[in-house]
Design a protein around this ligand. Structure first.
Ligand SMILES: Cc1cc2nc3c(=O)[nH]c(=O)nc-3n(C[C@H](O)[C@H](O)[C@H](O)COP(=O)(O)OP(=O)(O)OC[C@H]3O[C@@H](n4cnc5c(N)ncnc54)[C@H](O)[C@@H]3O)c2cc1C
Length: 396
């Protein structure tokens, strides 16, 4: 289908963010505009949304991120009612095994204690634990080098982000949103406004708002408007493995001091890590480093959980974070220099769980001119101009 005429909102990228914004806009009773979602690859083969680990946590160091995920958890648990599309919408569960941050230095233990106080003050169930308390709850860990941990089993763990994505896309289409397969290759800008997007096949398409939900290509899309984003693609590896001696209870998403994380994945386990040389890569570089498992991941998890001496990798992949080098937090909302150019960029690995709150927020900002439910204005690009980062220290 070739899109015709002008569109009130044109969204670049149709993965979780393009679909979330489309859904929340289309389902807002105060919005009756035309929405076009342009997606270059409808298989989503290389999208972060297809490579995600799909977990949610309250354990952030920025209060706003805690609140964003609190809404995410409540939305997931109330998904069918939230969608309002009847019984065909499935119930989603949140498998609350929790995240377990392990500290092996007094400095990090003190940091965890402060983070626990912040999170508990916002209503999160985070507990600061001694090694004895950890061993009592999870006897399978080797804790000789561990001084403390933070753990939270309330609204923290795995959820089915794929179903969320699928239903937002379906729901948006039902409400008249048009998804086309094409690529935005240029933007037309007049002073402080985007006037049109240029699509590879369909040509120039006028639009009222332009939403940048292009993931790791978001920086390229911003460059089309003459803007720079401090966002770059960085590789993140995931390994699903089977254990010869499975654990007798769920394994929390354990963030080991080595930088490797590992958790329960159904009957199996999922481990992940950044490469040692964690730098920007090309948007299409998905080459896999086959030494990582043997040299880094397996030694780390077998040290922490001796039962993982005998394991077999079943599946592995590499995906890209859209990593915000400024403060590891999303850049959200209208760009201060281009009023109708809306950013959804730089999620730095925690974007999936934020999609309910941020998709809703972006829709509110477009329809009502302000955030209504949760004030997301601290996440504006303005903070880059002001050199005032909203630093998130709990980045995995
Ligand atoms: C390994 C890994 C694990 C993760 N684990 C978690 C987790 O546990 N919890 C969590 O909250 N988050 C996690 N994340 C992060 C989360 O998955 C991302 O933040 C989220 O999926 C980003 O979605 P997006 O829609 O912004 O981008 P993407 O999913 O990358 O989608 C962008 C889309 O835009 C399209 N596009 C790009 N340029 C153009 C163009 N010019 N024209 C048209 N279309 C275009 C692309 O084809 C793509 O489909 C993880 C990410 C990775 C890689």
């Amino acid at each position: 289908m070739t899109p015709q005429g002008a569109w009130d909102v044109l969204i670049v990228g149709g993965a979780i963010y393009g679909s979330a914004v489309a859904w929340f806009l289309a389902s807002d009773p105060d919005f009756d505009g035309r929405i076009l979602v342009v997606e270059r690859d409808p298989t989503y083969e290389f999208a972060a949304t297809s490579h995600t680990n799909s977990c949610i946590r309250q354990q952030f160091t920025s209060a706003l991120n805690v609140q964003i995920s609190q809404f995410g958890a409540s939305y997931v648990k109330d998904f069918r009612a939230q969608m309002g599309l009847g019984d065909a919408v499935p119930h989603l569960t949140l498998q609350s095994f929790g995240y377990m941050y392990l500290a092996d230095t007094p400095q990090f233990a003190a940091h965890l204690k402060a983070a626990q106080a912040l999170q508990a003050g916002l209503g999160a169930g985070t507990r600061h634990m001694t090694p004895e308390e950890i061993a009592q709850a999870y006897p399978f860990y080797s804790l000789d080098d561990i001084l403390a941990a933070n753990h939270n089993i309330v609204d923290e763990g795995y959820f089915d982000g794929g179903t969320l994505f699928d239903w937002w896309k379906r729901g948006a289409k039902r409400l008249g949103v048009v998804f086309v397969t094409d690529e935005v290759v240029d933007l037309k800008r007049a002073c402080n406004r985007i006037t049109a997007a240029v699509l590879r096949d369909a040509g120039e398409i006028p639009c009222g708002w332009l939403v940048n939900a292009a993931g790791t290509r978001g920086r390229d899309v911003a460059a089309m408007a003459g803007l720079d984003l401090p966002v770059e693609p960085r590789k993140r590896y995931s390994f699903v493995f089977q254990a010869a001696e499975p654990l007798d209870r769920d394994l929390p998403l354990t963030i080991d001091p080595s930088g490797v994380h590992v958790r329960t994945e159904g009957r199996h386990y999922l481990a992940g890590c950044p490469p040692d040389d964690d730098r920007a890569v090309a948007v299409d570089d998905f080459e896999f480093d086959h030494t990582l498992w043997q040299d880094k991941v397996w030694p780390a998890i077998a040290h922490r959980i001796p039962a993982f001496e005998r394991v077999k990798v079943l599946n592995q992949w590499v995906g890209h974070y859209d990593y915000n080098t400024f403060d590891q937090n999303v850049l959200l909302g209208p760009h201060p220099e281009v009023d109708n150019f809306v950013l959804c960029n730089g999620f730095s690995g925690h974007g999936l769980q934020q999609s309910p709150a941020l998709g809703r927020g972006v829709a509110e900002r477009i329809v009502h001119g302000a955030y209504r439910s949760l004030d997301l204005s601290p996440l504006s690009y303005q903070r880059v101009f002001d050199a005032a980062p909203v630093v998130e220290q709990a980045v995995i």
